[in-house]
Write a protein that binds this ligand. Sequence first.
Ligand code: ZN
Length: 137
Amino acid sequence: MNISHIEHIGIAVKDLEESIRFYEDVLGLKCYAIEEVSDQKVRTAFFRAGQTKVELLASTDPEGPIGKFIEKKGEGVHHMAFAVKGIDNALAQLDEKGIRLIDQKSRKGAEGLDIAFLHPKSTHGVLMELCEDKGSS
Ligand code: ZN
């Protein structure tokens, strides 16, 4: 596997606009994009902090993955994402090692990245995302 850096941290929030105000007014970061990912039933807001981004995730549907997460655990860190080169190779390697994959193959996520999730049962409790920006490489 070829991980270059932590691409982003995903944080589940109840109210996107209210959370954006905290990140902007208190932390002094700038929201540079808001995007709806309809198949994940979320609206996302992005901030840059150096090489790493913060991705706020607010559910558009209580039955969606973020809606269910917040109902069970409340707001908080939801996942972390590593930037990798060769995401489908990385997935094949993980599969060979017996790591449980949520996505067997990469799919399109926010910001046009190719993404795939690893199951937290196989990663010591962290929902991990791999992502690759094929446009930039
Ligand atoms: Zn993510």
